[in-house]
Design a protein around this ligand. Sequence first.
Ligand SMILES: Nc1ncnc2c1ncn2[C@@H]1O[C@H](COP(=O)(O)OP(=O)(O)OP(=O)(O)O)[C@@H](O)[C@H]1O
Ligand SMILES: [Mg+2]
Length: 371
Amino acid sequence: MKERTLTATVEAAGLLRPHAEQVYAGELAALARHDDGMRPPSWRLSPRAVVTYLLGGELADGTVITPKYVGPRRLMEVAVATLATDRALLLLGVPGTAKTWVSEHLAAAVSGDSTLLVQGTSGTAEEAIRYGWNYARLLAEGPSRAALVPSPVMTAMAEGRVARVEELTRIPSDVQDALITILSEKALPVPELRTEVQAVRGFSVIATANDRDRGVNDLSSALRRRFNTVVLPLPASEDEEVDIVTRRVGQLGLTLELPEVPSAAEEIRRVVTVFRELRAGVTADQRTRLKSPTGTLSPAEAISVVTSGIALAAHFGDGVLRAADIAAGITGAIVKDPVSDAGVWTEYLEAVARERPGWADFYRACREVAP
Ligand SMILES: Nc1ncnc2c1ncn2[C@@H]1O[C@H](COP(=O)(O)OP(=O)(O)OP(=O)(O)O)[C@@H](O)[C@H]1O
Ligand SMILES: [Mg+2]
């Protein structure tokens, strides 16, 4: 299941969560070596090589590029092509569909730097998108270039890199509007210094927004027109979802240095089956109608259920991932509302899990921890 070893530098630094460009430094360098495609100004790789980085592949010398995103190739091509134009990219989708993940990997592949990041919240102020001041210096010396604190967006403009704005639609709309000038004029005025920062070629913005939070309607139409939107879907098939969860669990286990746990495959498939059936409101054989729980059951939740299960199995179990290690995690993921979700989950266990061949251990383990 573990498909690669961490690079020595990442391992040595002991980082809990290294950036994409650190983890995949080797792959990015190999891609650059073999890349004979045309690179847009300031790009580290050609658009085609960026897509290979995202979706995986094999290079001429046999270097294997691991897939980061599992899903339709066309979506990634549209995303990458957008960044090669003067338009910004908006990744939209329900929670846990890899919006943040894709945005990080795109920035890493295009600019070699995924850290120019603005985290959008209802408290995000204009300074986070434009610039702020070092007040001690401002008071002592008056406004000067040295007293100015650039935002990640300003830095990206000056250096021709990709800036990331997470959860764009959580940012108050008057603050969002600060992006309009930046995206249409490609310049950020600094009236205090009677100057401006003009974007260097290669500058672009990748924003993410969650369509469950508050609608994309909160994006003013003036701003929306400056973005190309790519909607990231939930995994199309069960196999695809199992593939996503298996890969990510393997990678996380590696960075967390969890002991290798064999036969996780069976439990991963079971978690994915349960999630897909509950999401769809019907069993895979289309025979039994189900109620759906209130929370989202995306690959992201499945990944954390399985990872917690592996930690339990490794440290408190017999080192093999069993239904009992999954039961608490899956219950917690599904039962977000103690009343309605508990009912939905009990109904699923009784009507589906109980009767399903080979699921007796899972049924028993889940009943034991049921709320
Ligand atoms: N299609 C996919 N391919 C690869 N990984 C995926 C896919 N879908 C989900 N994941 C994994 O799910 C996890 C969560 O993804 P991420 O945090 O990017 O979701 P998000 O869409 O930003 O969610 P939110 O709206 O809650 O911010 C990541 O570890 C990511 O690798
Ligand atoms: Mg996100």
